[in-house]
Design a protein around this ligand. Sequence first.
Ligand code: NAD
Length: 388
Amino acid sequence: MKNFNYHQTTEIVFGTGRVSEAGQIVSKYGKRCLMVTTPDLPLVPLYERVKKILMDAGVAVAHFDGVIPNPTTETSAVGSKMAIEHKADVILGLGGGSSMDAAKAIAVEATHDGSAWDYLFYKEPAPDPSKVLPVVAISTTSGTGSQVTQVSVITNLAERDKSALYNPVIFPRVAIVDPELMLTLPRSVTAPTGFDIFCHAFESTINPGGGAYVDLMAKEAIKLVLAYLPTVLNDGSDIEARKKMAWADTLAGLCIASAGVTLPHGMGMAVGGMYPHVAHGESLAILYPACTRFTAGYAVEQYAFMARALNPGLKSVPDAKAADRAYDEIVKFLKSIGLYKSLREVNMPENEIGALARQCMVLPDYKGNPKVATEGEMIELVKEAFYQ
Ligand code: NAD
């Protein structure tokens, strides 16, 4: 058994109806709150409800509803201006990964010189822990695990780059995970976000930063997604299945917060940066088959686990043979949830294959893969995802 570290500071408040505790929770961190959301109409009743819950607890609320999926540096700039004007002392991210990540970026940008982009994980100086505003996260998708991570993913449209702030100071103080909030998710969001959970969990098992604790959570998350994603896709109102997905999402978020992700996520971030219309989970679904073919022989035990989780009929075959089947099984699964597609189908221009391959090697995630791609191999991976 290898050595590992595990660190987590977010308090998790999990269960149906728990959103009603938002007022009492947020008011522990401040009396002036900026609530950060997308402008989506189906979520407006939830936004009004949460505002009332906060105001009833004596919290003055300003509502920034300008978050777009794959939030940008502009999103963070406008939200930060509003946080400063409102004299916010706590930021509430209410929504999917985009809203929760925007909240974290705003918590930094509103209290520091420059923009959130100046505080990406590899830049100096790092955000000052004594300045960053506390963040409370309420998740409404089951996908990114952002409610329990120290990560804020943002996109710089001018640079066609998607990158991240990564620092323990942006761990949400509290994550409220109320599966009832996911009942309004359309199928088109449930599928890619659900697959994102699978990816977080699996990649954390092949990342050198993982270990026994992460494996325990990751394997449970993978089993839950495979059992309950098809159920929620058939019937989005199945609250028991939504609960299992929300739990899987939280477990997988804890996994990436500790272990990190690998090649598919590094490539997926590059796709999101260059083609922001592609949803995060959709980009992962496009890349997974090629990455699985590329890596399965280098992490046989983990890919054998993946293949057997996808097809229990492989339980009795040797690990090497099961790992060999991981590619076919993941393709079959993606087809079953309607996510098997190519980069060509999401309108990536063919003449940008080389540029995308170079961008896939900007973030260090690909280096945590059991097999590290060379430049030539990265081009082949992108080509495979483009033409599949
Ligand atoms: P999202 O937040 O972009 O939401 C997708 C769409 O669904 C939006 O229009 C949103 O308003 C809508 N929506 C959300 N909840 C809804 C609900 N309950 N009912 C109806 N509509 C709803 O999607 P996401 O996949 O959760 O987040 C993606 C972002 O998170 C990407 O930028 C990705 O890179 C990032 N991400 C962050 C982390 C992290 O640890 N911080 C991890 C993975 C991904």
